[in-house]
Design a protein around this ligand. Sequence first.
Ligand code: HEC
Length: 246
Amino acid sequence: MNFMVSLVAAGLLITTGSAFAQDAEAGAKIFRKCANCHEIGEKARNRVGPVLTGVVGRPAGSIEGFRYSKSMQALAATGHIWTEEEIFDWLANPTRFMRAKLDDPRAKAKMRFKLKDETARRDVIAYLATFQAADAAAGGATEAKTETTEMAEVAMAPAGAKGICIVNSAPAEHVFTVEAANGERKMQHLAPGKTLCIDSSGDGTVGVFLTEDALEGCSRLAKKDQPETLLHYYDFDRCLWVGNRN
Ligand code: HEC
């Protein structure tokens, strides 16, 4: 299974607002509850529940060899992706989630577990996401693996970051570009945790490159006043992003 491809295609959707501050370390403790049924990590196997390695950004019901419920198979058929927001809703009440998604009052999730507390849900999702990046790295840049596993928190754009912005939440310095709606462009080296913005009257583009004159890199459309966040730059056009969803 090529996680990297699906990650890039699906993108990663989490909310970067401060109300959703995440703590992967706290999440590790909460994950002990999940561990009654789920394994996560490189050598994880299916147990009562499917392997959760790389689950953020993964299509629902997609682990081979796991016997999903009929409802989960139906959800998978809709092309549902486990973004952070979707996992957040799922964990509160899996069966209620299924009924709403499938618009079927008889739908039922096989997961007999609920996590009501919102902070606990945010934290455990932050923890899941660390395996996301580590797993993707396993496909290529192996040295990236330890770096991303240690990166417990996603860097946030400073409050009031306006226009077209990009946040470097990757473990290394890279060259970033921001392009405004009128085509005006800025390019700058950003250390981890730093943000680059350009004034813009509308939506624009952000990008990341290995060097200032590298042709290979990643770029994506960016909404005005909604900073994009890079989680990891692997090489060429392989990048892991956090996107805002509204
Ligand atoms: C009592 C066992 C149990 C516990 C505890 C549990 N799960 Fe699950 N989980 C399952 C089962 C079973 C499924 C498959 C659901 C289906 O097929 O309807 C599942 C499915 C999932 C999925 C969808 C995976 C996919 O491949 O589509 C996610 C995400 C998930 N669980 C996350 C968690 C998290 C995070 C926790 C802890 C906060 C947790 N689960 C706790 C049993 C459990």
